[in-house]
Design a protein around this ligand. Structure first.
Ligand code: PGA
Length: 246
């Protein structure tokens, strides 16, 4: 595990964008595993900026997102499909047919999960997986207690996740979907490179538990300690309870 301590959010975003950019320059048809949430927004802004400056092209890139709420149409403003297009895909030259997210409105969830795993397999796996981390240690929507060996699956969201995400739903927890599709830990661990970003004091305790504590399904992100090419990029505040800050 490599730890990169940054001075602030902007520095974190720029360093993570640099790693993604290097991946795409080295392999223009890279498969990027992408994440939603507020943390990666600065990364997407930076990549868009470099795209506009002609420093990077996503023409041959394929993306697979980690997760999607169940029951939200793609056009719903809070769907992750909408989020990714509004904050990233609509601003770069990615081929729309190279963009994958689980279909939150799939009639047969089990079939959707198998199909999503098959998509990633047929793409040859993920070259670089970008992750955020939830306050409960989730990655994607792999909540505490998740079996590490699961493929894409449907999850019941933890109450803490619903509370954390209600800010996007008029602060009304009852409007937050109760289930989501998520890529499983197994597939995340099979990514050739994993980068997790975190910022702010609120994440300090969970970073300490996840990356300086025991590997346990109770803290799903902790499994990343076992990944052969895992980089944690976090700002000083998020790393304030951690022993290692280079
Ligand atoms: P955040 O979400 O980036 O909005 O903090 C992270 C997550 O829940 O994975």
């Amino acid at each position: 595990m490599k730890v990169i301590c940054t001075k602030d959010y902007q520095d974190m975003s720029r360093k993570a964008a640099n790693i993604i950019s290097a991946q795409v320059i080295m392999k223009p048809n890279a498969v990027l595993g992408l994440a939603t949430g507020s943390t990666p927004l600065g990364i997407y802004d930076q990549l868009i900026d470099w795209y506009h400056k002609d420093d990077i092209s996503f023409r041959y890139v394929t993306t697979v997102n980690l997760d999607e709420y169940r029951g939200l149409a793609r056009t719903h403003e809070q769907s992750y499909w909408y989020f990714m297009h509004a904050h990233f895909f609509n601003h770069i030259d990615i081929d729309p047919s190279h963009v994958y997210l689980p279909n939150g409105n799939a009639r047969d969830p089990e079939k959707e999960c198998l199909a999503y795993d098959e998509i990633v397999r047929s793409l040859g796996g993920i070259d670089l997986q970008l992750l955020g981390i939830g306050l409960d240690g989730h990655i994607g929507f792999n909540e505490p207690g998740v079996a590490f060996e699961l493929g894409t699956h449907l999850v019941d969201l933890d109450q803490s996740t619903i509370e954390a995400n209600k800010r996007f739903f008029n602060d009304d927890a009852s409007l937050v979907p109760k289930q989501a599709f998520t890529m499983g830990i197994r597939m995340i661990m099979q990514a050739r490179k994993v980068v997790l970003v975190a910022n702010g004091k609120a994440k300090a305790e969970i970073l300490r538990k996840a990356f300086w504590g025991p590997v346990t399904p109770e803290v799903p992100a902790s499994i990343l300690q076992m990944h052969p090419d895992f980089t944690l990029i976090a700002d000083k505040e998020a790393l304030s309870l951690c022993p290692q800050c280079l």
